[in-house]
Structure formats: structure tokens, C-alpha cells
Ligand binder design. Structure first.
Ligand SMILES: C[S@@+](CC[C@H](N)C(=O)[O-])C[C@H]1O[C@@H](n2cnc3c(N)ncnc32)[C@H](O)[C@@H]1O
Length: 235
């Protein structure tokens, strides 16, 4: 590490809020507690320190589908603190990912919190790895450890920034290409009409199809938002 890297790390540690507190979530028969910030940091890149409405949507979906994950494997994109990945890990092994180092740190803390402190349920193997959407080197490092790919790719509330949608779906496409029959389960939260359209167009551009999972559409964030689950697969 160079002196300037060290200085940058020192400054970022100095100004990064890492005062995580536990919060318990209930999804059907599943109860899960994770550490997270109560309010979002002002740094746009630290969106992953809080739990987003899409994770609520995904929790409701996963908790009623444990059977679907029996004997399967999953990778989560943009895991944030890891609520979705850790819930899924009750049903199958999971690789949780994010691009942000600070977010990866709290994600790892939550893996330890689950196994050593909360102990609410047994979990399968969980790995936390860096994956920036569109970054082939990051993806290759993950696939080197998991050459057969994954049956399920998960994403909760990860389409909130239009500029990253094409890169996100490029990575999804690459992951679906590794395992024939794999599906991308996307807990989608609608905020801007343009993003709704961009997501649909990007799915088609990548030769995939998206189906809204019946019964998943719901109001979120005290009725201010609407979301649903897409099941996305290769054409
Ligand atoms: C809105 S948060 C959702 C976090 C979590 N899935 C949830 O529902 O609570 C989006 C997450 O995606 C991550 N992210 C954003 N852009 C990314 C990118 N280009 N590559 C990888 N991860 C990214 C963020 O760091 C953050 O953790």
C-alpha cells in the first residue's frame, strides 16, 4: 500500500459512519436479525449500509420458497448488509457480493453475527466476494472458485441508478451463460418510469425474458413505492 493509499484509507475510515445496530425482520416463518445503519450515509456509494425496501420484497418471496433452493446454489448481486443472502443461506449455499469495501466489511460482520451472536437458524456456506457489475476480473475470480456457476442469481433493489443497469445485466447475462437453466430473481422496486422501461429493454437487449412472479406485487415504504419480483431467464 502506498502512502497516498494509506492516507485515503485513513480519511475514509475517519468519515465513514459504521455505527451499525441490529434490527430483526420477520418473513413468514423466518426471523432474521442483521446489523445495519438506521439512516443512509450521505455518501452515494454507501447505499448498501442500510436495508432497502427491495430486501423486504425479496424476504417475502424467499421465505415461502425454501423447497426451490434445496440442493441448489445462489449468488447475490449488490448484497449490501446481506439480509437477502443470509436468508437464502438458510436454504442453500450462497455467495454474497458487492462492489464497495465498506459494505463488504459490514456484510462479513453480519455473517459472523448470524453464526456467533443471533444464531436464529442454521445456515449453509456463505462467501462474501467483491463484484462490481461489468467487471470481468471480479467475476472470473468468483467463477474460479465456483466453476459451475449458480442456479439462482439474486438481486434486491439494485436497479436504482440508470447508469449501472446495462453493466448489471451484462454480469447477469455472463452468469446465466455459465449454468444452463439458471434464473435471475430480481426484487424490483419501481421509482422512476424511465428506469422501469430501461430494465425491460435491457433484459431484451441481452436476449433474456422477464416474467413478473404472480402474487409478488406489493406496496412498500409505507405505501409510497410499489415493487414486484421478476424471474429472468435466458431466451
Ligand atoms: C440500493 S442498495 C440495495 C442493498 C440490498 N440489496 C438491499 O436490498 O438492502 C444497492 C447495493 O448495490 C451495490 N452496488 C451499487 N452499484 C454497484 C455496482 N456497480 N457493482 C456492484 N454493486 C453495486 C451497493 O453498494 C449497494 O450495496
Amino acid at each position: 500500500m502506498t502512502e497516498s493509499d494509506e492516507e485515503q484509507e485513513f480519511m475514509s475510515n475517519l468519515f465513514t459512519d459504521e455505527s451499525y445496530v441490529p434490527k430483526t425482520f420477520h418473513f413468514g416463518a423466518q426471523t432474521i436479525t442483521v446489523l445495519r445503519l438506521e439512516a443512509s450515509s450521505t455518501d452515494f456509494d454507501l447505499t448498501g449500509q442500510i436495508v432497502w425496501p427491495g430486501a423486504q420484497l425479496m424476504g417475502a418471496y424467499l421465505s415461502t420458497r425454501a423447497e426451490m433452493f434445496k440442493g441448489k446454489t445462489a449468488l447475490e448481486l449488490g448484497s449490501g448488509v446481506g439480509l437477502t443472502g443470509l436468508l437464502c443461506a438458510r436454504f442453500c449455499p450462497v455467495v454474497m457480493t458487492d462492489h464497495n469495501e465498506t459494505v463488504l466489511k459490514v456484510m462479513r460482520r453480519n455473517v459472523a453475527f448470524q453464526t456467533e451472536v443471533a444464531k436464529e437458524a442454521a445456515i449453509h456456506e456463505v462467501d462474501c466476494m467483491q463484484l462490481e457489475w461489468g467487471n470481468r476480473d471480479h467475476l472470473n475470480a468468483i467463477l474460479a472458485r465456483h466453476p459451475g456457476g449458480f442456479d439462482y442469481i439474486l438481486g434486491a433493489d439494485i436497479c436504482y441508478q440508470q447508469a449501472s443497469v446495462p453493466l448489471l445485466f451484462r454480469t447477469v447475462r455472463q452468469l446465466l451463460d455459465v449454468r444452463i437453466g439458471a434464473n435471475f430473481i430480481l426484487a424490483y422496486v419501481s421509482r422512476i418510469k424511465g428506469t422501469d422501461e430501461l430494465v425491460k429493454a435491457t433484459v431484451l437487449d441481452n436476449n433474456m425474458r422477464a416474467t413478473e412472479a404472480p402474487g409478488t406485487r406489493q406496496k412498500l415504504a409505507n405505501g409510497t413505492l410499489e415493487g414486484w419480483v421478476y424471474v429472468i431467464s435466458s431466451n
